[in-house]
Design a protein around this ligand. Structure first.
Ligand code: FES
Length: 114
């Protein structure tokens, strides 16, 4: 059996279980969550920005561990050096699900908000 994790997106409340290592953007797409992507997941456009939430979420019945997403990777590092990523943000095409997690999709990352 493959280990999987619960992924909950806010504000939509859409949720699903995904194999560990699934990119957040892939999880969002398979649930129909409105998370934008212009560069096709190459770490260039930053449209896929998300804010992971850590700690207890009684409302959702989950506690999110600090390592619920994969480590900050080289692509995010490059983007941050060149363009800058706001504190706490990750690139959804790069961050992978490693444990139960609550993911907030900021207004700018929703394609319908523009
Ligand atoms: S989809 Fe473009 S940076 Fe993630």
């Amino acid at each position: 059996m493959t280990a999987d994790a619960l992924v909950i997106f806010t504000p939509s409340g859409k949720r699903g279980r995904f194999p560990l290592g699934t990119p957040v953007l892939t999880a969002a797409r398979s649930l129909g969550v409105d998370l934008d992507s212009v560069c096709g997941g190459r770490g260039i456009c930053s449209k896929c920005q998300i804010t992971p939430g850590y700690g207890a979420f009684p409302k959702h019945g989950v506690t999110v561990a600090k390592d619920a997403l994969s480590e900050w990777n080289a692509v995010e590092d490059r983007y941050h050096r060149v363009r800058g990523l706001a504190e706490g943000r990750r690139l959804g095409c790069q961050a992978q699900v490693m444990g139960d997690v609550v993911i907030d999709v900021p207004p700018k990352a929703r394609s319908t908000s523009r």
